[in-house]
Design a protein around this ligand. Sequence first.
Ligand SMILES: *[C@@H]1O[C@H](CO)[C@@H](O)[C@H](O)[C@H]1NC(C)=O
Ligand SMILES: *[C@@H]1O[C@H](CO)[C@@H](O)[C@H](O)[C@H]1NC(C)=O
Ligand SMILES: *[C@@H]1O[C@H](CO)[C@@H](O)[C@H](O)[C@H]1NC(C)=O
Ligand SMILES: *[C@@H]1O[C@H](CO)[C@@H](O)[C@H](O)[C@H]1NC(C)=O
Ligand SMILES: *[C@@H]1O[C@H](CO)[C@@H](O)[C@H](O)[C@H]1NC(C)=O
Ligand SMILES: *[C@@H]1O[C@H](CO)[C@@H](O)[C@H](O)[C@H]1NC(C)=O
Ligand SMILES: *[C@@H]1O[C@H](CO)[C@@H](O)[C@H](O)[C@H]1NC(C)=O
Length: 274
Amino acid sequence: MGCSKPQIFFYFALIHLVIPTAAQSICSDTGNYTSNSTYRANLDGLLASMINNTKIDYGFYNFSAGESPDKVYAIALCAGDASPSECSSCINQSRYNLLQACPNQKEAINWAWDKKCLIRYSYKSIFNILASGPNRASYRVADAPDVEAFNNVLRPFLDSLRELAAKGNSTRKFALQSVPAPNMQTIYSLQQCTPDLSEEDCNTCLKDVQDYTSSCCNGKQGGIFVAPSCVLRYETYRFYNLSDETPPLPPPSSPPLTAASPPPELPTTTPGMH
Ligand SMILES: *[C@@H]1O[C@H](CO)[C@@H](O)[C@H](O)[C@H]1NC(C)=O
Ligand SMILES: *[C@@H]1O[C@H](CO)[C@@H](O)[C@H](O)[C@H]1NC(C)=O
Ligand SMILES: *[C@@H]1O[C@H](CO)[C@@H](O)[C@H](O)[C@H]1NC(C)=O
Ligand SMILES: *[C@@H]1O[C@H](CO)[C@@H](O)[C@H](O)[C@H]1NC(C)=O
Ligand SMILES: *[C@@H]1O[C@H](CO)[C@@H](O)[C@H](O)[C@H]1NC(C)=O
Ligand SMILES: *[C@@H]1O[C@H](CO)[C@@H](O)[C@H](O)[C@H]1NC(C)=O
Ligand SMILES: *[C@@H]1O[C@H](CO)[C@@H](O)[C@H](O)[C@H]1NC(C)=O
């Protein structure tokens, strides 16, 4: 057993890097079903159909099944850089965890963003609807060496990445980039919304989560911060493959109008032509 001690030590060192939240599942107390109910059968079928769906390759599932009052709505979202197999195995695992955590609640949510997915379901429609709370965080224990200098880079960076993510299309609202930070650090960030949200709602969701990072975890070196409709992650190490980074927006083809540019020319009436 000579080698087990360092391994145990390493394990403890690892888990103290991050404070996971007590619960990454939330069971809502808005209604219950019984285990043999039609509702549960619809829910099981819905979650299974997400896992073996082979048509959707963009990691977003918004499915419903059954008829009122047993109709179930479900959403699953995978990280924009998740492979199809990472995506389906994350949803598969989350489904077991969520049904175990919330065995009879009609409405529930599970975040497994370290494994690159979230799933949620409800008895009422949750499609195209912004939900920027409740929030959860898993954040790093360590503070940045100089919190003020760190925030002076982090905050504007999160603002610009949020806009990039919100500008996505109806299958993908996702952005992943990095920026140099003080003290030889680099900040890497992912921001993503469920793509059924409008650009405006996506922006609102990510802004609310960004505000949450300052209130819960100001100065921390990183973490994963989640809402039902969007996710924000930032770290001081690269947690993704470089090839998945979002390219910067191309510069606008014509220079944007500024206060300094001349006003557009008014049509002039030519004397003597009327
Ligand atoms: C649902 O069941 C839980 C126990 O599993 C109970 O605490 C809760 O009050 C029930 N909620 C409703 C709305 O019936
Ligand atoms: C579910 O099981 C209960 C007894 O455990 C029974 O009373 C009820 O009728 C069943 N419901 C359905 C929809 O089969
Ligand atoms: C999807 O999965 C379910 C449950 O695992 C299975 O019963 C069903 O046959 C599968 N459907 C397809 C189209 O593969
Ligand atoms: C889902 O997970 C179960 C249990 O871990 C496993 O037996 C099953 O093969 C998985 N299904 C898929 C489609 O990944
Ligand atoms: C959405 O954008 C992604 C790239 O971000 C692209 O691959 C995909 O084709 C676009 N989908 C639609 C429906 O425009
Ligand atoms: C599900 O999402 C897709 C892609 O965003 C969208 O085209 C479709 O209308 C959505 N379905 C529902 C029922 O909202
Ligand atoms: C990077 O890509 C490789 C090969 O595609 C994959 O195995 C690995 O999990 C990826 N790493 C991350 C952090 O996504």
